[in-house]
Design a binder for this molecule. Structure first.
Ligand SMILES: [Zn+2]
Ligand SMILES: [Zn+2]
Length: 249
């Protein structure tokens, strides 16, 4: 095996191969909105030092259940994306989950990572249709990165439609490959509970399903297309009821 070092600082110290991306563990931590220190707080003390420099998401560790149940063995991937210990997993499949599925809500603890572009999307779309600012999450029926909720960029409760803005990001790798798979999984979870997702795919990203708006950047025309898709998905009456002002056409 070739020793590699990653941009996050993890990996072999004397590596012959230096990669420009973060290690798999750091990437999954970012993807799941966690931090390595949070992860270190969940592993048993004896394994903390090893986990601090771990780069393999398949590596198995012993975790303490955050809800105070028994310790359990799981890979880092499972620890970050699963619903916890056996007891927690049983609870997650319970009836209250099915009752809440599809219900939008405000998660006040949600780490805000609103980019300028997302802010601009909110502004541009908000000029067309009334957007609620008190919802940022939707309950789903199966766990997504360990939580029974997803956090779309924009949630339109009245139409049960979420709008996402995807760009390749500075590294060029976001929303492609593995990340695109995770985007599709999120869309599936929302569809399962009666929602649809419109994805604005910018700067060279290919369409991801029929409800994609492919564009070079976030423009008024792209937002126009979002409104067209909303009409196609939910009908003119439902969209007209949310219009900020009568559209010119
Ligand atoms: Zn790392
Ligand atoms: Zn538990």
């Amino acid at each position: 095996m070739t020793a590699v070092a990653f941009a996050c600082g993890h990996g072999a110290v004397d590596a012959a191969l230096r990669l420009r991306r973060a290690c798999p563990v750091c990437m999954l931590i970012a993807e799941t909105h966690r931090s390595r220190s949070e992860l270190l707080g969940r592993v048993v003390p004896l394994e903390r030092a090893a986990l601090a420099i771990e780069t393999r998401i398949g590596a198995t560790y012993t975790w303490r259940c955050t809800r105070g149940h028994d310790r359990y063995e799981a890979s880092i991937r499972e620890a970050l994306t699963g619903t916890g210990c056996r007891k927690c997993r049983a609870n997650a499949a319970g009836p209250s989950v099915r009752r809440e599925a599809g219900v939008p809500f405000m998660n006040p603890g949600l780490r805000t990572r609103t980019s300028m572009t997302e802010q601009r999307l909110k502004t541009l779309l908000g000029e067309r249709i009334r957007l609620q600012h008190r919802v940022n999450a939707v309950h789903v029926a199966r766990p997504f990165y360990g939580r029974l909720e997803v956090w779309p960029d924009i949630v339109i409760p009245e139409l049960r439609v979420a709008v996402e803005y995807d760009s390749p990001g500075r590294s060029g790798g976001a929303h492609r490959g593995l990340k695109a798979g995770s985007d599709l999984e999120k869309d599936d979870l929302l569809r399962e509970v009666g929602w649809d997702v419109i994805r604005i795919r910018s700067e060279g990203l290919e369409a991801l399903g029929p409800n994609s708006v492919v564009c070079r950047g976030l423009t008024v025309a792209a937002v126009d297309e979002v409104v067209v898709l909303l009409r196609r998905l939910r009908g003119d009456d439902a969209v007209d009821a949310l219009l900020v002002r009568a559209e010119a056409s």
